[in-house]
Design a protein around this ligand. Structure first.
Ligand code: MG
Length: 473
């Protein structure tokens, strides 16, 4: 487990009490407040996921923000997209979310949102980081110190925005039985309320906002066996799983089978593109299923570097009607420019209602690919050598070097990139079937072998052997 304090474009993440302390959180608040000092609004709203460590960190960030003259609106325990919604609704200069997303309970983090409700893009993020590292803070005089107020309207405002993008009556008429697993994170309360508004019969699992995660919190297949069993036992039409800050959504079909997070965006896009055509955005590691759906509707997919801020920037630039990532992150700009499990839930239920089809039928109609995701240790130099070599080996294929190297073939693609947060390379391969995927995996293995044989890793000696995963499909 990586135990460094990570300060990346998406904020700060560390282990509470070890490398992420109240004093660090207060300084991060001061850095953000200093960054916002010339904003039209001098208010920031702040929310947290349900981790027990969140309250202390939140208090520290609030202190830091108030030191710089920023007024803080405390939203309590809310989802990450919920904070984004309220930044926009209350016309704040920015937002702060205390969350470590899907990471284990000992972690926590601080995520910063700008005035449009989206995560800070690269340049502002770098400036805030510089203020933090150099302790370059602008303090307000005592009379102008920020004030703290409370607001408990996030669920209502958020749900109303989500209801505005679907036909509530059409969904309610179906009286769907839905199981929602919120892992005792921030999404349970608002998720249950939304489903109730949509006329669903809700079986709420792990719906206490205690932050004591009922299972490993990442919404992947191995962590959702409990949800699968309950969907089957309850004879529900669908099961939904949120991560602790409820920006990601995974789906279990009516047979109690986990369908893989790549299908969340695919199903949401299927509904949106059944209504109108336009552009969609996704990162380079997201399944080709999206291209199939969008192209069949006469639309276009904009591919971006990995990172939510990159997808959102492309969506805003190209006026995309849907966007997201293959990790179950669906973004609809009409609600908030952040991945949003509530948007995913609403759009998937709308698709089920409009078509009258089950999740398993919808999935089989979309079809699918064999996908394998993995990573191995590589320092900066090795990563660059592997990328350079891949570009030469696959020179005849369609190359995209926006973020590492994405190589598209007729029957699949592979994406190789260095991680932003740890000395590893990530590889994602997708092809029509396992043997086709293996062909590309073997090609990458050969490149890696050549580079590693020439110079063993220096940054991280504990090299993880590359092995193919079972795939998401
Ligand atoms: Mg998350």
């Amino acid at each position: 487990m990586d135990e460094r304090l990570i300060i990346s474009i998406s904020g700060m993440r560390g282990i509470v009490g070890e490398n992420l302390t109240a004093s660090i959180a207060a300084d991060y608040g001061r850095a953000f407040g200093t960054f916002l000092k010339n904003s039209k609004s001098m208010s920031v709203c702040i929310g947290r996921d349900s981790r027990p460590s969140g309250r202390k960190l939140q208090s520290a960030v609030i202190e830091g923000l108030c030191d710089t003259g920023i007024n803080v609106i405390d939203l309590g325990i809310v989802t990450t997209p919920g904070v984004g919604v309220m930044v926009n609704h209350l016309q704040c200069a920015g937002g702060v979310v205390i969350t470590a997303s899907h990471n284990p309970i000992q972690y926590n983090g601080i995520k910063l949102l700008l005035g449009n409700g989206a995560a800070a893009p690269s340049e502002p993020a770098k400036q805030i980081k510089r203020y933090f590292l150099e302790k370059q803070f602008t303090f307000a005089v005592p009379a102008n110190r920020g004030k703290v107020t409370f607001n408990d309207q996030t669920d209502t405002v958020h749900i109303n925005r989500v209801l505005a993008i679907v036909n509530k009556n059409a969904i309610a008429a179906k009286k769907f039985k839905v199981v929602l697993d919120s892992v005792n994170g921030a999404g349970g309360r608002v998720g249950k309320k939304l489903l109730t508004e949509l006329g669903c019969q809700v079986v709420a699992l792990n719906n206490e906002q205690t932050g004591l995660f009922a299972h490993t919190p990442e919404p992947t297949s191995e962590n959702l066996t409990g949800l699968c069993k309950v969907v089957k036992a309850e004879k529900a039409q669908v099961g939904f799983a949120q991560d602790p800050d409820a920006d990601r959504l995974a789906i279990v079909n009516e047979n109690g089978t986990y369908i893989g997070e790549e299908y969340t965006l695919a199903l949401a896009a299927k509904y949106v593109f059944s209504q109108k055509s336009g552009r969609a955005a996704a990162n380079l590691s997201t399944s080709r299923m999206l291209d199939d759906i969008v192209e069949a509707a006469g639309g276009q997919v904009i591919r971006t570097a990995v990172g939510e801020a990159n997808v959102v920037a492309a969506m805003l630039e190209h006026n995309c009607i849907i966007g997201g990532e293959g990790n179950g992150g669906v973004i609809d700009l009409r609600v908030v420019p952040i991945r949003n499990s509530l948007v995913g839930i609403a759009l998937v239920l709308q698709l089920m209602a409009e078509t009258g089809k089950t999740i398993s039928r919808l999935v089989s109609e979309i079809g699918g690919y064999y996908m394998s995701k993995d990573k191995f240790s590589a320092d900066e130099l090795q990563a660059q050598q592997i990328l350079d070599s891949a570009k030469k080996v696959f020179a005849d294929a369609k190359l995209d070097t926006t973020d590492g190297c994405r190589i598209d073939f007729d029957d699949g693609w592979l994406h190789i990139r260095a991680s932003n947060t740890e000395p590893v390379m990530r590889i994602i391969v997708e092809a029509k079937d396992q043997p086709a995927a293996q062909k590309y995996i073997d090609a990458v293995l050969n490149i890696r072998k050549e580079i590693m044989c020439c110079r063993p890793p220096t940054a991280d000696k504990s090299c993880t052997p590359y092995k193919t995963g079972p795939g998401d499909k």
